[in-house]
Design a binder for this molecule. Structure first.
Ligand code: PSU
Ligand code: MN
Length: 313
């Protein structure tokens, strides 16, 4: 029997991802904005390949997503990952609103959490691992800068495993927004919403679950109740890789002030802040970033495995 993902005109699955779907093997979607805009070359490519390896070692098949030549790709070759990483900011960062243009013009794009969720959904992949999601920016009460990632979590049925979100964002408002949009926020083995570089943000999650099995059960139940919308699985950075909270707060304030001074806004803001943070911490934030992405890849693979075991498709 063929599912709809075989028929979508703009979707291009790698042979490995296609085979995994047919054989009902666990799959984990991965994004590419983190490659092209979230980390410097060559660490971005090394990390992307290591994330894929981690997913495999944990028993699932990785499906790194991007737009290449106007195709919505799920599953990239190492050469394609190298291409995205090497060209970095020359590859447009692409969220939901960018897809029609890039696809109709047959261009390339690095996918954010939002657009990776869209591709994952078309490909019938339910679990997605990243570093941090976009959210409500500090100062959003006047700038209205709210990441399209949050709307996507409200409408597209994919579960996103992240280390929370960076406090370059207003995490309180981000959680309020998710509540309004009906998105469950699950803490993995923690009652705290993590702040990316640190295990705690001062905010709580809605629910704590302690095993991949329980998370998979919650997702099944959620999608039986209502097939729309995703969930956010918050997986704190490992203790040993955590950065000092006070130092990070100072650094973030400095980065945000610098963005303000230079008038950076719109889709350029998040990449600007990420690069600034790395510069201000002399690369230490990058090490933490890599560690937490790998940690998320592992958990996502474990959830995907449980998900596939009781998948009634
Ligand atoms: N936050 C990070 N690292 C990232 C991003 C966010 O810590 O790489 C990227 C993700 O791809 C996310 C996007 O989906 O930035 C959000 O951008 P915006 O705020 O413009 O929606
Ligand atoms: Mn924005």
């Amino acid at each position: 029997m063929f599912s709809t993902h075989m028929l979508h005109p703009f979707l291009a699955l790698s042979p490995e991802v296609k085979a995994a779907l047919h054989q009902h093997q666990p799959l984990v979607a991965l994004e590419s904005t983190i490659i092209a805009h979230g980390m410097p070359y060559p660490q971005n490519v090394e990390t992307a390949l290591l994330v894929e390896k981690t997913v495999r070692d944990s028993g699932a098949i990785p499906a790194t997503c991007a737009i290449l030549g106007g195709k919505l790709k799920a599953g990239l070759t190492p050469e394609e990952i190298e291409y995205l990483g090497k060209n970095g900011s020359k590859i447009p960062k692409s969220s939901r609103r960018d897809l029609p243009y890039l696809v109709s013009k047959q261009l390339d794009g690095a996918t954010t959490v939002a657009s990776t969720m869209i591709i994952a959904h078309l490909a019938d992949i339910r679990i997605f691992a990243t570093g941090g999601i976009g959210g409500v920016h500090r100062g959003a009460t006047t700038t209205m800068d709210i990441s399209a990632d949050l709307q996507e979590l409200a409408r597209t049925p994919v579960a996103v495993v992240s280390a929370g979100a960076k406090s370059i964002l207003d995490l309180g408002l981000t959680l309020e927004y998710l509540e309004t949009m009906g998105v469950p926020v699950i803490g993995y083995q923690t009652p705290d919403f993590p702040a990316f570089y640190t295990r705690k943000s001062g905010h709580k999650v809605d629910f704590q679950l302690d095993t991949p099995k329980e998370i998979a059960q919650l997702l099944h139940t959620k999608w039986q109740l209502d097939p729309r919308g995703g969930a956010l699985i918050a997986n704190p950075v490992p203790e040993k890789d955590q950065l000092d909270a006070d130092l990070m707060e100072k650094t973030i304030a400095q980065a945000v002030a610098e963005a303000d001074k230079q008038g950076i806004s719109g889709k350029a803001l998040t990449p600007f802040l990420l690069a600034k943070m790395e510069q201000l911490t002399a690369g230490r934030s990058l090490q933490t970033n890599i560690a937490l992405v790998l940690n998320n890849a592992r958990l996502a693979a474990e959830i995907a495995e449980r998900w596939t075991m009781n998948d009634e498709r």
